[in-house]
Design a protein around this ligand. Sequence first.
Ligand SMILES: [Zn+2]
Length: 174
Amino acid sequence: MKTVDPLLTLELYPWAMAGGEASLSTPLSKLSRVAQATLPPAHDHMPVCQWQLHSQLKHPDTLKQLWVHLKASLLVEQICQRCLLPMPVSLEVDRHFRFVADEATALAEDDDCDEDLLSPAPELTLLALLEDELLLAMPLIARHGVCDEPLPVQPEQDAPHPFAALAGLKLGKQ
Ligand SMILES: [Zn+2]
């Protein structure tokens, strides 16, 4: 299996300008911002994100519009905010982006078009775009359609934070 890390860290704009095309599988462990927002996967069952990214230069003779199309799917687990049990969440991305000259142009034109606008930036890597879009695909509030065990919501503030005990141990040693 080919390693995908070098590609993920490439800056998106020059990659797309060069006619970049990718169809890849990336484990959740390599998508750290997404992993932080989801439940840690079972040891032997690392979710894998299947994704494709294609660039296209439209109207090459006139407008020279640089577009990218991202499709991605990833199955993760989040905590249901009603019953507090894990639930599977399917993240699906299918979005078109168009590069514009800069951030100001993006803000000015954003309301007038269906596609999403991007401006070239060194920090905008393939990985950054993929992670941004997966995070945007998450439900605002994860909830089962119908919970198996609807529980009354109990404030958990009374329970000591798991690290509080650790902190106590540490202090005791000093
Ligand atoms: Zn639930």
